[in-house]
Design a protein around this ligand. Structure first.
Ligand SMILES: *[C@@H]1O[C@H](CO)[C@@H](O)[C@H](O)[C@H]1NC(C)=O
Ligand SMILES: *[C@@H]1O[C@H](CO)[C@@H](O)[C@H](O)[C@H]1NC(C)=O
Ligand SMILES: *[C@@H]1O[C@H](CO)[C@@H](O)[C@H](O)[C@H]1NC(C)=O
Ligand SMILES: *[C@@H]1O[C@H](CO)[C@@H](O)[C@H](O)[C@H]1NC(C)=O
Ligand SMILES: *[C@@H]1O[C@H](CO)[C@@H](O)[C@H](O)[C@H]1NC(C)=O
Ligand SMILES: *[C@@H]1O[C@H](CO)[C@@H](O)[C@H](O)[C@H]1NC(C)=O
Length: 566
């Protein structure tokens, strides 16, 4: 199949019938490339963190703890955190060695709605932001980890993939224009101004195919998305997730460790819609893999694409497969839900005016359109014949879809953090669309709780059913879960709410006017700041410190009474 058919099909998916000239352009750095295998082990069973992640986290956590001390001291001098200079004196945490809580943030799925609301939340927490006075600024600097899924993965990719600039700078220098003239919108992509974009995307997909990798609709999807998320030529075409380890803010541990999630499907066994126990995969700068039983393994992200057998390379090593656009496209793979081929019917309309003869031939009546295999994001299976991974050991390819879809969809990437026992507090910014107005109702996080119970993961606090969220309006305000359970993480749940702007935009909305982008982000700042509610910064701090065992300021008792569900 010609790559341009994939691009055309993608456009059809969004309702297009038109055509674009195909120009010849040199693909820049999208194709995977052969490389000499290093002597180090590239695949491992998932027993604890990798040495590389441990090393990063210990440095990051030290910096985050110091920021947390300063943040807490600014909010209330009487927090029991030592002298605010990172010199210790923390109360006992969970009966273990005195230490600062390790904090992670999750940004949920939900298309650009989730990306922009989530961006506002991060902006509110970021002490580098000078044009706001949110009351909770400094908490971003106190994070050790951050995860994103689908639209939240776009947000996290735009941050980490650009070396951690501020939300304000991304908004003005990239997103406002990119979302107004989004190249995913057929009329924009097919306009003469975007002719080179169309051609570049086709050439990139072509180059990957020529290098011997199966085509997928996720290649053009990820490429086109990247134009609005990554700086650099052709929408950051040469950015890989492993390369983040070389960025200055990463090498100086200035930033939370980024994790993007996706789900496995098993088409080979007839399962193309993720079930409640679907394998949760995570992509991060050092590794890709899953903690889940049946896979229970990780591979070095840099060497994704390499053929492996029994945990060792079974051919040349491959690098540059871990393109960040492909990763963020995988995390937001909504096409898998068609669970079958995308029909050819209307591809003909796209290709009829095309100059590419092969295109016409391939879209003749009776041709299959985009085959089912091309609606998933294929990854050469790094865990082939690997003993710890019986669920996938026989598969040549892993096929992945959006991290927030399927039966019992979860919406927020909490899974990586309940699999890392060192994490004490998870701030869950939920922007999923459950209600008719596209606001959350608690379904996703309840599904995470149920899945955690089924998988025997004890770090997840108890979460009530959506009926309780709705009845008690917990889906309209911040709520804390697990305040009173010593053995679980504490979850600080911060749902999307329309304080000043209708932030319940549809997930399918691809184009935002500049004033809409501004309105969404400004509203997101208020989501993190509970609409400017009196006393919220102290209460948020109390929730984070609730299980520290140290002395809490006098005001905390009332806060915990008000915000702790359990
Ligand atoms: C990353 O580095 C730049 C330039 O060195 C700096 O301005 C920016 O604030 C840093 N980001 C973070 C999260 O510290
Ligand atoms: C989910 O559970 C079913 C039934 O127990 C099992 O057959 C299937 O392999 C499981 N899937 C995954 C991804 O673990
Ligand atoms: C194909 O396009 C025609 C009009 O251009 C439309 O009537 C028809 O519904 C489309 N078919 C599919 C399968 O999208
Ligand atoms: C919550 O949203 C889901 C859709 O995601 C819906 O099926 C369910 O009925 C809703 N529950 C309540 C209590 O509103
Ligand atoms: C928020 O939503 C409610 C309920 O739909 C509506 O009454 C209110 O006007 C909305 N506020 C804003 C700022 O959009
Ligand atoms: C954004 O600006 C346009 C005019 O440029 C206006 O029509 C629209 O109502 C504005 N939208 C919002 C949400 O303010």
């Amino acid at each position: 199949m010609a790559p341009s058919i994939l691009v055309a099909s993608l456009l059809l998916y969004f309702g297009l019938t038109a055509a674009s000239p195909i120009l010849a352009r040199a693909p820049v750095d999208y194709a995977p490339v052969p490389a000499t295998c290093p002597s180090t082990q590239l695949v491992r069973q998932a027993a604890g963190l990798s040495d590389a992640e441990s090393d990063y986290i210990s440095k990051r956590y030290a910096k985050a703890s110091k920021s947390l001390e300063q943040w807490l001291k600014r909010i209330d001098e009487s927090f029991d955190v030592g002298n605010g200079a990172g010199e210790g004196g923390w109360g006992k945490w969970n009966g273990k060695q005195p230490k600062a809580p390790m904090i992670a943030l999750t940004s949920s799925g939900g298309g650009y709605r989730a990306m922009l609301s989530g961006a506002g939340v991060i902006k509110a927490f970021d002490e580098r932001e000078t044009d706001i006075d949110s009351g909770v600024k400094g908490l971003y600097q106190s994070l050790t980890y951050e995860a994103g899924l689908s639209g939240g993965g776009w947000l996290l990719s735009s941050i980490a993939g650009n070396n951690y600039p501020t939300i304000s700078s991304l908004q003005t220098n990239l997103w406002e224009t990119a979302l107004m003239y989004n190249v995913l919108v057929p009329q924009v992509l097919l306009s003469s101004q975007a002719a080179s974009v169309f051609a570049d995307v086709v050439a990139a997909v072509d180059a990957k195919q020529d290098a011997g990798f199966p085509e997928s609709i996720i290649d053009p999807w990820g490429r086109l998305l990247s134009y609005g998320l990554l700086y650099g030529p052709e929408g950051g075409i040469d950015t890989t997730i492993s390369e983040i380890t070389t960025y200055s803010n990463f090498t100086s541990s200035n930033a939370p460790y980024p994790i993007i999630t996706a789900l496995g499907v098993n088409r080979f066994e007839g399962i193309c819609i993720p079930q409640p126990n679907a394998t949760q995969y995570e992509f991060h700068p050092f590794e890709f893999g899953s903690w889940d039983e049946g896979v229970d393994a990780f591979v070095s992200s840099k060497y994704l694409g390499t053929p492996f057998s029994q945990g060792s390379p079974s051919g040349n090593c491959i690098t540059n497969f871990d393109n960040l656009g492909y990763v963020l496209g995988t995390s937001s793979n909504v096409f898998g839900s068609t669970c079958g081929p995308i029909p050819a019917a209307n591809i003909t309309a796209v290709s009829s005016a095309s100059t590419a003869g092969t295109l016409a031939a391939l879209t003749a009546p009776g041709q299959p359109g985009v085959p089912e295999s091309a609606i998933f994001a294929p990854f050469p299976n790094p865990f082939q014949n690997f003993d710890p991974s019986p669920l996938v050991a026989a598969q040549p390819t892993l096929e992945l879809v959006d991290g927030g879809v399927g039966v019992a969809a979860q919406g927020s990437p909490i899974w990586p953090f309940i699999n890392r026992p060192a994490i004490d507090v998870i701030i869950v910014n939920e922007n999923s669309a459950n209600t008719p107005n596209n606001f959350p109702n608690g379904t996703g996080i309840r599904n995470t709780y149920n899945a955690a119970l089924a998988a025997g993961l004890s770090r997840m606090p108890a979460i009530p059913p959506a009926e309780t969220f709705v009845a008690q309006q917990l889906n309209q305000k911040p709520t804390f879960f697990g305040c009173n359970s010593a053995d679980t993480a504490t979850i600080i749940w911060i749902p999307n709410y329309n304080y000043t702007f209708n932030s319940g935009q549809p997930t399918s909305k691809l184009q935002y006017e500049v004033n809409e982008t501004q309105g969404m982000i400004a509203n997101g700042v208020l989501i993190a700041n509970y609409g400017g509610k009196e006393g919220w910064p102290l209460c948020l701090a109390c929730g984070i410190m609730a299980k520290s065992g140290g002395n809490l300021p006098g005001g905390c008792a009332q806060c915990l009474e008000e915000y702790c569900f359990n």
